[in-house]
Design a protein around this ligand. Sequence first.
Ligand code: DC
Length: 227
Amino acid sequence: MEKLNIAIDGPAAAGKSTVARLVAKQLGFIYVDTGAMYRAVTWKALQSGISPERKEDLVQLASALRIELLPGEASQQVLLNGEDVTDFIRSVAVNQNVSAVAAIPEIRRLLVAKQQEMAKAKGVVMDGRDIGTHVMPDAELKIFLTASVKERAERRFLEMKAKHENVSLEQLEKEIAERDRMDEQREASPLVKAADAVLVDTSGMSIPQVADRILELAKSAEGKGIR
Ligand code: DC
C-alpha cells in the first residue's frame, strides 16, 4: 500500500492501541502510541517527586527527557533516557495523574513536535486524543474510535484481571468517566472528533472486526489519492 498517515483518536480504553498496532502491522506501517509519551513524562515526574501542579518544573523535566518508542511483541516498548519503562507507565499512579500532566500546554507542545517529526516520512498509524485535530491535521485517514463507558470499563477489567491486578469494575467505570471528563474539558487540545474523522463505535465489535473496518477505510482513502 502507498504510504499514508492514519490518525486514530478516541477516549480511554476504546481499544485504540490494540487496533492501531494491528492495522500498522498489516500495512507494514509504524505504530506510534502518543499516550505512552504523556505517560512516560508522568511516570518520571512521580519518580522525581514533582506533582502535576508544579508546571514549570514539569516542563523543565519533560524538555530534558529522551523518549523512544520501539516496536515490541505484545506492545510498544517505551524507553526513557534509555531505561525500559514499558510496564511502569501503566501503573495506577500514572493512570491517576496523566490527564493533569497532559493538560499542560507546554508539555503538549514538546510532545506534539516529537510526534510530528515521527509522522514526516508517512506510513504511520498514530493513536491519541488530538492526532486528527492537531498532530496530523493532513492525515489521509482519520478515525474516531469509541465505545460506551460500561463496555470500556469491562474490557479494562478483563485486561487487569488477566494481569492479576486487583481493581473493581465500579472503580474502573468511575476512573474512565473521570478521564473522559478531564480529556474532553481541558483547554489545551481537548478530546474532540475531527470534522473529517470517521466515527467507529466499537461496542459489540471484536478487535479483528474493528481492524478490518479501518483497513477497508484505508484502502478507500488510498484509492482517493494522497491529499
Ligand atoms: O491513551 P492513554 O490512556 O495511554 O493516554 C494517557 C493520557 O494521555 C490520557 O489522559 C489522555 C492523554 N493523551 C493526550 O492528551 N493526548 C494524546 N495524544 C494522547 C494521550
